[in-house]
Design a protein. Structure first.
Length: 76
């Protein structure tokens, strides 16, 4: 019985997750000849505040950057 564990940084909609489950199941059936009823898949959504890469939190990396010119005086 195949068991697949998928971790996502952030979240996905129910429809997106259903699509991933269908696609992964189909791949295991096609590539490995597995019975689709035996394929088990778990999707774990990890908060981007609890996931780091490259020395920083994903939440900080993906946060909008402040505009450097936000306080600049318009030229005339």
């Amino acid at each position: 019985m195949p068991f697949v564990s998928i971790r996502l940084a952030g979240s996905a909609t129910k429809e997106q997750k259903a699509g991933v489950v269908a696609d992964v199941t189909a791949s295991l059936v096609t590539r490995l000849g597995k019975n689709p009823a035996a394929v088990q898949i778990v999707i774990e959504e990890v908060s981007t505040e609890n996931y780091g890469a490259g020395g920083q939190l994903i939440a900080d990396r993906d946060a909008p950057k402040p505009r450097e010119d936000a306080d600049a005086v318009p030229s005339q």
